[in-house]
Design a protein around this ligand. Structure first.
Ligand SMILES: [Mn+2]
Length: 314
């Protein structure tokens, strides 16, 4: 039987832990917390079994259990305690699976869930882990630079330690600046652009995708963070990296994104490194758009995950 399970350099088990991160408090639109259930309904777990994995499906967590009675803003940043407490729980879930030697796929939820997902994986894989961030936005705001106040725009700065705050005191910022790379950027706030430049973070915008083609961009990105392809990779994939014609049901769509094939190619090329140990798939919002748009976005979410875990066209 066909199997996509590769000879991974870090993970020996063929188990993937499917971990719902049904959380919407990192931004203002409800619905994103229902995405994980929709991917399950679409058959993501049986699809992964179909390509050779054994899937451990975690139960959905009710994010309201983590909502405090009082949650004052930090500067503009909204729901800081809620975001922190949900992610602390998620981090422990992810760490337990990584420690057991399993791959993890965290399905959001908004992109703030990367805080817990990354803290969990790096607590096991250490500070040489590479972070490949596929997104229209860099999500590298500090709590005092975000104008929207939505913490889904801040997970990168918390994971790198560019932002430190006692509310997120449990987060250990293990990702090194030189181990982070972006692909797909096209909506960058001036203050974020300044943080990227000051910290000399490698970023490939859509202009680079146009200029070099996606194949060359992914190769350059991996050469930067993982030149010998011997370090573990965490892939954090925001579906708004894709063009809105491909994944319309998402909270902050930006035109001019990755095509269907470009997005899948990124996942396929990362799978080929045999270094991928964990992934986030975030910002699918099944409350947005019409029925066909929602269905299409969920379907593409499933196929991006399959590609990252080794499904190939031939
Ligand atoms: Mn994002």
């Amino acid at each position: 039987m066909y199997s996509a399970v590769s000879d991974n350099k870090f993970v020996k088990s063929n188990t993937i832990a499917y971990i719902p991160a049904s959380f919407h408090g990192g931004q203002g639109k409800s619905g994103v917390d229902f995405a994980s259930k929709e991917l399950v309904k679409k058959g993501i777990c049986s699809q992964l079994e179909g390509i050779g994995y054994s899937v451990r499906q975690h139960e959905d967590t009710d994010c309201n259990e983590f909502k405090p009675a009082e949650d004052p803003q930090i500067f503009n940043a909204k729901n800081p305690i809620w975001v922190s407490e949900f992610n602390k729980h998620l981090s422990e879930q992810v760490a337990t699976e990584c420690r057991a030697g399993n791959r993890t796929v965290v399905v959001g939820g908004d992109h703030s869930v990367a805080i817990g997902s990354i803290n969990g994986t790096t607590s096991v894989y250490g500070d040489d882990m590479c972070l490949v961030w596929i997104d229209a936005h860099p999500d590298i705001h500090k709590l005092d630079t975000t104008e929207s106040g939505n913490i889904h725009g801040c997970p990168v700065s918390l994971s790198l330690g560019i932002e430190k705050n006692s509310t997120f005191g449990w987060v250990v910022p293990r990702i090194k600046k030189e181990r982070l790379v972006y692909i797909g950027l096209r909506d960058v706030d001036p203050k974020e652009a300044m943080i990227i430049r000051e910290n000399k973070i490698k970023a490939f915008s859509m202009t680079d995708v146009d200029r070099y083609g996606i194949g060359k961009v992914v190769e350059m990105a991996l050469d930067h963070v993982n030149p010998n392809r011997d370090l573990p990779i965490h892939l954090s994939f925001d579906v708004d990296a894709m063009d809105p014609t491909v994944t319309p049901a998402t909270g902050t769509p930006v035109r001019g994104g990755l095509t269907f094939r470009e997005g899948h190619y990124v996942c396929e090329a990362i799978a080929e490194t045999n270094c991928l140990v964990s992934m986030d798939l975030v910002e699918v919002n099944p409350f947005l758009g019409n029925e066909a748009e929602r269905d299409q976005t969920v379907t593409v979410g499933c196929s991006l995950i399959r590609s990252a875990f080794g499904e190939t066209l031939l």
